[in-house]
Ligand binder design. Sequence first.
Ligand code: PHE
Length: 347
Amino acid sequence: MEQLLAQVAQHKLEILAAVVTTKDELEVFRVKYLGTKGLVKTIMAEMRNVAPEQKKEAGALLNAFKEFTESRFQQLLDGLGLQEQSGTADTDLSLPGYKQAIGSRHPVSIVHNKIVGIFQRLGFTVAEGPEIEDDWHNFTALNLPQNHPARDMQDTFYISHAEEGEKDWLLRTHTSSVQIREMEKGILPLRIICPGRVYRNETISARAHCFFNQVEGLYIAEEVSFADLKQTLYFFVQEMFGDKVKIRFRPSYFPFTEPSAEMDISCLICGGSGCNVCKKTGWVEILGCGMVHPAVLENCKIDSNKYTGFAFGMGIERITMLSYQVKDLRLFSENDLRFLQQFSAAT
Ligand code: PHE
């Protein structure tokens, strides 16, 4: 009986290891194991030599072995069917494979994700808001009352002009509107970045478009200073463009910040010695910033004696153009695959 057990175990291993790739090979398997003179029949005949008291046990063992072999045969048959369907048995493996069409991320998305990642590491969270805005959030609350001349700085697409008691609707010209919405929630301190698409009624050219993407940032707490703003932006520039890049601030004007500044970085192409990209100045402007105007805080019911804050805003397309040396902004929205496929899919 023990010998029988060992024999069966040995054959099982052999049967499991059997590989069949053609119908002919399957037939060889069938004859060898399940044929009239096959192994299963032969081993069944061993029953004769088994002692009567062990017959029951041996019978069960051999029956199980028979079923095992039959089901293995079925398995091999099924496998062959599948292979034949997919043609693998006759496939010429030396032929070139089918090319997988893998998409790639849009360069503006790559840079968007990178900018957001850098500020997230500094503790900023992402806030979003509607692209169709009312006059209050886009202008008035930002210290740009009706007829303020600075409204002309951003040529606006109006959707509807207010009639008595109604709101003006427009396409937001910057994501500062999201900052107002967040400040109005009254949860302080506040440290947010607001990425999103904005619209301006500008003539489309290599340097301007009627829509583009921005990331604006806002930090409001007690005792926030211009030094904090400077250090935050310095960190951002080093992470974004590398630690050799220098920054400089120029005084500027925005109605919603006081003092206001524009920030330049040393030209990435010529390193500051002067080229066409920096118009021979060695510097390129990348963003506007400043300390939040107390009137803006008060408009959002924040005590401007207790709280101060800084804000900044930049165009993602502009940063992308600098990062990849793209000379024409229109390429970003023309969907030309020859352009888009040059950017990595991974980030
Ligand atoms: N909102 C400004 C713009 O779109 C950018 C900005 C944001 C400037 C915050 C200063 C502070 O041009």
